[in-house]
Design a protein around this ligand. Structure first.
Ligand SMILES: NC(=O)c1ccc[n+]([C@@H]2O[C@H](COP(=O)([O-])OP(=O)(O)OC[C@H]3O[C@@H](n4cnc5c(N)ncnc54)[C@H](OP(=O)(O)O)[C@@H]3O)[C@@H](O)[C@H]2O)c1
Length: 284
């Protein structure tokens, strides 16, 4: 396959992920994306399929998964498997882990992206929903990363992108805490696996226009326009960071600058601002 693009992520003839300028002709790989049917996950699926990667798509809505698979196959000619799984349930996590352990068509890139927000502040959110969030954002990410990385390490190549959030760096309830876990876990595992041929990166988006806020019943009218990111541009920047070997990606200069300020801002002031922004609940 030959493509003429400026920055490209793909697997080279030696099996390594890398950036190449201009035309490349590399062996294809298989990527598994959780939460592929909407928002950031769908943008990953579009981009990786356009780059010629076969896909395994994971979400709960089978009809939507099948439609997405047909569309990506028809547009890009790649093989697309679908796997219906609820990552808030043990059997759902195990079904995806089994696919990641399969040796027949090994997964070279895992994107742990599935996630959601809860409506309300601490104590307003039912405990069952808080625990469900920890299951999807932390336990599923831990178990799926382990399943994928074990076989990747044996083969001496592979990658994992864990979608966290800039909320990881500010006081923001269970959501921010779960994403802080994703960042710390991913960077720690990346360090432990250095030299194995397996790369891990935590991706920290700011606000992205997806189904996320609507699903959580969050109003977004107090989020300024300049804070919104485009999912396709976010994914392009994230994959470029991944190809450069970064273990943490904050893919937009506006958010990079903001996160720099966060490091020096007084905690009290920060808590006041971040607990309000994007946390208005109720009808739009
Ligand atoms: N949008 C933002 O502003 C933003 C900012 C920072 C970080 N993030 C993070 O980015 C990731 C993707 O969010 P998004 O904004 O793209 O959300 P989205 O548009 O609501 O899409 C969420 C995806 O996850 C799937 N999903 C949700 N719960 C699941 C479960 N229990 N098991 C399996 N799949 C599940 C959904 O499909 P089904 O409903 O069919 O399962 C859907 O495909 C999340 O981890 C989120 O925390 C988002």
């Amino acid at each position: 396959m030959e493509r003429d693009r400026t920055v490209r992520v793909g697997r080279g003839p030696n099996g390594a992920w890398g950036v190449s300028a201009g035309i490349y002709s590399w062996a294809m790989t298989t990527a598994l994306i959780t939460g592929s049917t909407a928002g950031i996950g769908a943008a990953f699926a579009r981009r990786l399929a356009a780059d010629g990667h076969d896909l395994v798509l994971v979400a709960r809505d089978t009809k939507r998964l099948r439609e997405q698979a047909t569309d990506l196959h028809d547009r890009h000619g790649v093989e697309v498997e679908v796997l219906t799984a609820d990552l808030a349930a043990d059997d759902g996590i195990e079904a995806v882990a089994d696919r990641l352990r399969a040796r027949k068509k090994p997964v070279d890139l895992l994107v742990n992206n599935a996630g959601f927000g809860n409506k309300g502040r601490f104590l307003e959110v039912p405990m069952a929903d808080e625990l469900r969030m920890l299951k999807v954002h932390c336990e599923a990410v831990l178990r799926l990363t382990a399943a994928a990385v074990e076989q990747m390490r044996e083969r001496g190549r592979g990658g994992v992108v864990n979608v966290a959030s800039v909320a990881a760096f500010v006081p923001r309830g269970t959501y921010g805490a779960s994403k802080a876990w994703v960042v710390q876990f991913t960077q720690g595992a990346a360090r432990d696996l250095a030299g194995s041929g397996v790369r891990l990166m935590a991706l920290c988006p700011g606000f992205v226009r997806t189904e996320f806020h609507q699903r959580a019943g969050m109003r977004t009218d107090n989020i300024p326009n300049w804070m919104w990111l485009d999912a396709d541009k976010l994914v392009a920047a994230a994959l470029a960071d991944f190809a450069r070997g970064r273990t943490l990606s904050i893919p937009d200069p506006r958010y990079k600058a903001l996160m720099g300020l966060v490091k020096v801002a007084p905690r009290g002031l920060l808590g006041g601002i971040t607990s309000r922004t994007g946390r208005k609940y109720g009808p739009q």
